[in-house]
Design a protein around this ligand. Structure first.
Ligand SMILES: CC(C)(COP(=O)(O)OP(=O)(O)OC[C@H]1O[C@@H](n2cnc3c(N)ncnc32)[C@H](O)[C@@H]1OP(=O)(O)O)[C@@H](O)C(=O)NCCC(=O)NCCS
Length: 136
């Protein structure tokens, strides 16, 4: 997962410890990872966390060699199914304004733009676009 993330400039970049926490029994209790793998190689993953009756998608990455084959859609779709089955009311996320590909993916999955946050990201500085999808 870390190798994929490092290869994707537009992904959220986390330290190793934060990934390890997802898989520790005593780790962050409300964070989950969905992983698509083939022949022991991770081809894509999504990390999200539950905050009361909402889920936040924190990162989605698909390997460069297998993009535009529907894996991102599968990951987001699976998270929406999971959130719905757990009674969540909504899923939200934020993404770099310039990340056209990811924004197109989220909009195709039914997310609606609900706002902007100026200078939200650093290195390089950029606004965030906030998206939300109501499950009710
Ligand atoms: C964003 C990302 C996860 C999409 O994964 P993917 O597996 O290629 O997505 P899909 O194949 O399911 O694409 C679904 C739709 O999203 C849109 N889309 C995806 N990538 C796109 C791109 N580069 N440009 C324009 N539209 C794009 C298209 O509408 C696409 O449907 P289509 O192929 O029928 O036209 C992938 O490009 C990626 O890992 N990017 C780097 C990391 C990143 O930016 N993560 C999101 C921010 S946290």
């Amino acid at each position: 997962m870390m190798a994929l993330e490092k290869d994707a400039d537009a992904a959220a970049h986390w330290p190793q410890g934060q990934y390890e926490q997802i898989f520790l029994r005593a780790g962050h209790p409300s964070r989950l990872a969905l992983v698509i793998g083939e022949d022991a190689a991770v081809q894509g993953f999504l990390v999200a966390r539950q905050i009361d009756a909402e889920f936040e998608i924190e990162n989605v990455v698909v390997a460069g060699s297998v993009r535009r084959r529907g894996l991102g859609t599968r990951l987001v779709g699976e998270l929406l199914r999971l959130a719905h089955s757990q009674g969540a009311k909504a899923v939200f996320l934020e993404v770099r304004e310039s990340n056209r590909g990811a924004r197109a993916l989220y909009e195709k999955c039914g997310f609606t733009e609900i706002g902007h946050r100026k200078r939200y990201y650093q290195d390089p500085e950029e606004a965030a676009v906030l998206y939300r999808l109501d499950l009710a």
